[in-house]
Ligand binder design. Structure first.
Ligand SMILES: Cc1cc2nc3c(=O)[nH]c(=O)nc-3n(C[C@H](O)[C@H](O)[C@H](O)COP(=O)(O)OP(=O)(O)OC[C@H]3O[C@@H](n4cnc5c(N)ncnc54)[C@H](O)[C@@H]3O)c2cc1C
Length: 85
């Protein structure tokens, strides 16, 4: 893909990330685990793709907006949802 790549590379650093993307194994999407993952912990509202069960941008966005809107409602600043009508 890159004819001069060997000449251009000075160093390569390889890092294994401790946290990979969530994988929807059988039973995850319709089991109890995700409800537990979504449950607020005091004022902390879990969000991101980890609580949807599917590693997709749309899922991360949806979970983030839902968490933010729930937090606003809890703080007395409820507004029309941008994802639910
Ligand atoms: C190579 C690749 C290609 C992909 N292609 C697609 C695609 O085409 N379409 C699609 O829908 N999805 C794709 N995905 C999946 C998509 O990127 C993820 O599902 C999505 O980014 C998850 O968003 P998130 O907010 O849940 O998590 P992330 O995007 O991982 O965000 C989590 C953030 O939290 C930060 N963080 C972690 N720990 C801490 C801490 N202790 N303190 C502070 N910050 C912290 C991280 O640095 C990161 O910025 C792809 C993923 C990869 C890796």
């Amino acid at each position: 893909m890159h004819p001069n790549i060997a000449r251009e590379i000075a160093q390569i650093h390889v890092t294994r990330w401790g946290h990979a993307m969530i994988r929807p194994v059988p039973g995850l999407l319709f089991g109890d685990a995700l409800a537990t993952a979504r449950a607020p912990i005091a004022r902390v509202r879990p969000c991101a793709a980890d609580i949807t069960g599917l590693p997709l941008f749309e899922e991360a966005f949806y979970a983030g907006v839902r968490a933010a809107e729930a937090a606003l409602t809890q703080l007395g600043h409820a507004a029309t949802s941008i994802i639910e009508s």
